[in-house]
Design a protein around this ligand. Structure first.
Ligand SMILES: Nc1ncnc2c1ncn2[C@@H]1O[C@H](COP(=O)(O)OP(=O)(O)O)[C@@H](O)[C@H]1O
Ligand SMILES: [Mg+2]
Length: 153
């Protein structure tokens, strides 16, 4: 079967404030992804700056950190075959105006400043991002009875 991967996913403050946690979580669950960790948290400035460190020299960095720390987010670790690619495709293009209909960012968003969700973009960054948000090790290793019906193994 395809390689099992983990991704760090954030339902950002705009989606939480708009009451979209359930809608968005349902899409990941329906896709077949397994939730390995899940929490509601007000992200601290220190963790936000580390998370978005690759963008620290960009003009939008300060506003991005301000926004992501302004209200609670839902943080999770999702697992599944090729989860990195599958979740980014489920989320859609960074710019909602360019996201395909049926993706989260197209179906619920309009602008890059409020694009609802984050997902890791590689196996390496996922490992760093998971450690940044779930450094306490609160990730649960388990299988579901239905996993073989979803994954074929
Ligand atoms: N030009 C921009 N103006 C405002 N915000 C931006 C811009 N580019 C990126 N962002 C914000 O920074 C986040 C991280 O950017 P990036 O890593 O390029 O996208 P993605 O979230 O799709 O991985 C985006 O989701 C968006 O919230
Ligand atoms: Mg990114």
């Amino acid at each position: 079967m395809a390689q099992n991967e983990r991704s760090l996913v954030i339902i950002k403050p705009d989606a939480v404030q708009r009451g979209l946690i359930g809608e968005i979580l349902a899409r990941y669950e329906q896709r077949g992804l397994r939730i390995a960790a899940l929490k509601l948290e007000l992200i601290t400035r220190e963790i936000a700056e580390r998370h978005y460190g690759e963008h620290k020299d960009k003009p939008f960095f300060a506003g991005l950190v301000e926004f992501i720390t302004s209200a609670p987010s839902v943080l999770m670790v999702l697992e599944g075959p090729e989860a990195i690619r599958i979740i980014r495709d489920t989320n859609g293009d960074t710019k909602p105006a360019q996201a395909l209909p049926g993706t989260i960012r197209a179906d619920f968003g309009l602008t890059i400043d409020r694009n609802l969700v984050h997902a890791s973009d590689s196996i390496e960054s996922a490992a760093d991002e998971v450690a940044n948000f779930f450094g306490d090790g609160s990730i649960i290793d388990y299988t579901r009875a239905i996993d073989s019906w979803i994954n074929g193994d």
